[in-house]
Design a protein around this ligand. Sequence first.
Ligand code: CMP
Length: 223
Amino acid sequence: LKKVYIFSEVSEKHLKEILIHCKEKRVTKGEIIVSENELGDSMYLILEGEVKVSLMSEEGKEIILSTLRKGDCFGEMSLLDGEPRSANVIALTDTELLELSRESFLNEIVSNKHIAGAILKVLSMRLREANERILGLMSKDVFDRLAEYFQKEASVKGRELIDGSVVFERLPQSEIASIVGSSRETVTRAIKEMVDKGMIIASGKQIILKKNFQNLLIKRHKE
Ligand code: CMP
């Protein structure tokens, strides 16, 4: 439980008390954990695995707002503002969660300043990320958004190889398109351009970000 960001400053003794109010929940890849517009009566902590936070556009296209992993929480917004769920949360991998009821969560916030402070930090970080995404969507082309996404994935879940390149598990092309705000076809073209320029090696399951990725990206801007 210490690995869960919002509990990182909480004492062992208090954590044990919180744990009494938590329910373990396992979901399999593809399962919907939270549905947009439903009423929220609990929040979730990710112990293992990865989930996506998404919305459907009017044309029925999935827009991925964020991906969350081990140590992150979700489902807190509707408990805090009393509105329906703001987005869908779907498991990207088999995922292990702890579920905390609305009542327990709100009790913890008022009784523990560390938890209240951490929640405020989480919300600030999300707003910061959302601002960066708006800036990216309004000022960068798909190639640059994809490059930024790959660099973030490499830093969060990548493994460095002997030659200094970084390998990470990739999502399907259609999911990547939903994250960078583009179509699958455009993402496929951008990936091909990166491969042709020697910036990445792309296989079915992995992306290898070459050591000179950043330099080649800068070079492309100057072309
Ligand atoms: P809630 O609205 O209860 O249900 C959906 C959850 O998705 C929401 O709480 C947040 O925990 C999470 N969420 C919504 N928008 C974002 C975002 N932009 N970035 C990360 N998480 C989000």
